[in-house]
Ligand binder design. Structure first.
Ligand code: ZN
Length: 404
């Protein structure tokens, strides 16, 4: 009841005090508190003061001969040193703005685009997002994080994973776009083993990965969504054009030496780099086949030289390590004899010219009978896809920590 009377009193004042200024709205933009009045604030009508407490510095901005529009925001919650901004009709004709800051900072204010009064807040002060949609999103991603990590047996790891994911969805200021590149397609089946084709496997896995990344809140795009042929050089162009933050190419391996078929297996993740390693060279040669086909040796040399000039090598290497770890920890908890084929640099043409960290995953060997069966099973694919998603989250989380 009391508040209703007060409200009525204010309402009457807005009509009775003609000639006085009105604070119409407040907002925080680019670390600046913007107060919009219906006319410029006169110097004589304005006063700033501060009280320094032990853990809190409180700043007051008083606007005389001023009324507060009843539709104006009364409080803005903030992230950063400044926790909140509150405004109130302090006396019948004074509007008071109160800023609480954990640390004292040199206060600055100016009127530029009159009648907007600007108060400079400490750098990187942003409005806390507390609208309903955001709340829903956070909740959803915690749920999906649970799904994502319910394969990890260790309790501590599960707790960690939850924190990673909720932190991720709650605290990331930018959204990330991930480009998934399922290898081969169309008339290029990739590696084949009887009726088992690499192009089919990698598209299945890519679609699962897409679903998990989306559930985590990422924007996800793919270089192909169907059995379609796309040139190697166009794949990275698609990613660059989409301004993707990460590029993940998915492939499968095989070996033609019959004596080693049962032995050769394992998951390998590659990033773009020149190498002396014979195995990395051999696999790169297979994946580069399309671009090198029919070219004379001089042209081949030029193409392969171009391969080694990518700038994002260090970041790609770390992305590769995190993704490899994610896949292995997920798969090892459910399958015996999952082999870590390692993380290596290799000259993959598909990764050339990437403007973002880019990796290529060799998900396993179609030539190995046990691995082939697993690779085409839904359960194995799910675990592997979740593992990749887990690696991506980990990588980005660490990157953000560094950039803080
Ligand atoms: Zn391939």
């Amino acid at each position: 009841m009391v508040s209703r009377i007060l409200f009525l009193t204010l309402f009457i004042f807005t009509f009775t005090l003609n000639g006085s200024n009105i604070l119409k709205s407040i907002k925080v933009e680019n670390s600046i508190l913007k107060l919009t009045f219906n006319q410029p604030v006169k110097k004589s009508d304005f006063k700033a003061s501060a009280i320094k407490g032990k853990n809190l510095t409180r700043y007051f901005f008083d606007f005389k001969n001023c009324l507060l529009n009843r539709k104006a925001n009364r409080k803005i919650e903030l992230d950063g040193a400044v926790k909140s901004v509150r405004i109130a009709q302090n006396k019948s004709s004074v509007v008071r703005v109160v800023i609480d800051s954990l640390k004292p900072y040199p206060i600055r204010y100016y009127q530029k685009d009159k009648p907007v009064f600007n108060i400079v807040l400490p750098k990187s002060t942003v409005e806390k997002k507390i609208d309903k949609i955001k709340k829903g999103k956070v909740k959803k991603s915690i749920v999906s994080a649970k799904n994502l990590f319910n394969f990890v047996k260790d309790d501590i790891q599960i707790k960690k994973a939850k924190i990673i994911s909720s932190r991720y969805s709650a605290n990331l200021k930018n959204s990330y776009t991930i480009m998934i590149d399922p290898g081969h397609g169309g008339h290029d089946p990739g590696t084949t083993w009887g009726r088992y084709k690499e192009k089919v496997l990698v598209l299945q896995l890519a679609k699962r990965l897409r679903r998990h990344l989306k559930a985590l809140g990422f924007k996800v795009k793919m270089t192909r969504y169907s059995d379609k042929f796309i040139r190697l050089r166009n794949r990275i162009r698609i990613a660059n054009r989409a301004h993707a933050d990460l590029f993940i190419s998915i492939h499968a391996n095989s070996i033609s030496d019959k004596n080693r078929m049962n032995k050769a297996r394992g998951i390998e993740t590659y990033f773009l780099q020149t190498t002396r390693n014979a195995r990395a060279k051999r696999i790169a040669a297979i994946e580069n086949r399309e671009i090198l086909k029919g070219k004379d040796s001089a042209t081949k040399k030029v193409l392969l030289n171009a391969i080694f000039t990518g700038p994002k090598i260090a970041l790609s290497n770390r992305l590769a390590i995190d993704v490899q770890k994610g896949m292995l920890s997920n798969l090892k908890s459910h399958y015996r004899g999952v082999k870590d084929g390692g993380v290596r640099g290799a000259p993959f043409y598909v990764l050339v010219g990437a403007e973002m960290p880019a990796i290529l995953i060799e998900t396993g060997y179609l030539s190995n009978p046990i691995e082939r069966k697993r690779l085409f099973s839904a359960k194995y694919q799910e675990l592997q896809a979740k593992g990749i998603a887990w690696g991506v989250v980990n990588y980005l989380k660490n990157r953000e920590k560094e950039l803080e």
